[in-house]
Write a protein that binds this ligand. Sequence first.
Ligand code: SAM
Length: 257
Amino acid sequence: MEKITAATVRADFNDLVAVVHYTRAAHELGLWASERKLIERFFPDRSAPLLEAGCGAGRVSIALWTLGYRALTAFDFADELVDQARSLAAERGADTGPHAVRFLHADATRLHECHVIRDTFSGAFFLFNGLMQIPGRENRLAALRELHRVCVPGSPLLFTTHDRNASPVERAQWRLEKLRWSRGEQDPRLLEFGDRYFDESGVGRTFMHLPDRAEILADLAATGWTHEFDGLRRTIAKEAKAVHAFSDECRFWAARK
Ligand SMILES: C[S@@+](CC[C@H](N)C(=O)[O-])C[C@H]1O[C@@H](n2cnc3c(N)ncnc32)[C@H](O)[C@@H]1O
């Protein structure tokens, strides 16, 4: 059976079920309370040029534009989602003038191929686990390296991951999964221990790597980022029911170039 690749993930995000799911979130949900709190803490200057990776249908960048952020560039490698983000920007008036949100089609692991994204950003974010949806640690490292390259010194980076031990049930599931890997009985499409590939009704197929803490700390250090903060979402803000329905608990990470 074929291993999961970037093409698998891109096709899953371009699939109609996923497009409807993320478009609805961009239109109706907007920023989570925790995202707003951390963005305002780490990115206080609303006129600074900021880069959003894996923007999907524009949920975060369009909400930030509404809050007064005025130099946003956002990209995703799923063109169907970028189309949705552009159309929501037009609907909200965020697509014209010198402060328009720029929505681009680009791959986080190959930013050098996108000539519009130059090394001038004052900060970057890759929210709602997008970084962990890149299959293969080498490729996640490439994305961290690329974001580091296009940011100026002093820039913050904010992203999220899903803990492996978020609940007793998950801890038990991962113990079982470890046993499967030790026997070579894991899903043959997975690349590394910590990977999951699952199908959720109304969301579509999702690949996600669930890292451990040591892995993220090592990958930040290896790509030039200095770890500054990490914490579970529930310790940052109380979220609305709709946010819980859209997304499980996650860990926010902030680092600095
Ligand atoms: C869970 S979705 C989150 C979308 C949006 N940020 C939100 O919160 O609604 C993750 C996003 O990351 C994007 N993504 C994954 N790997 C990527 C890559 N290598 N380059 C660019 N985007 C990527 C996916 O296409 C998807 O839109």
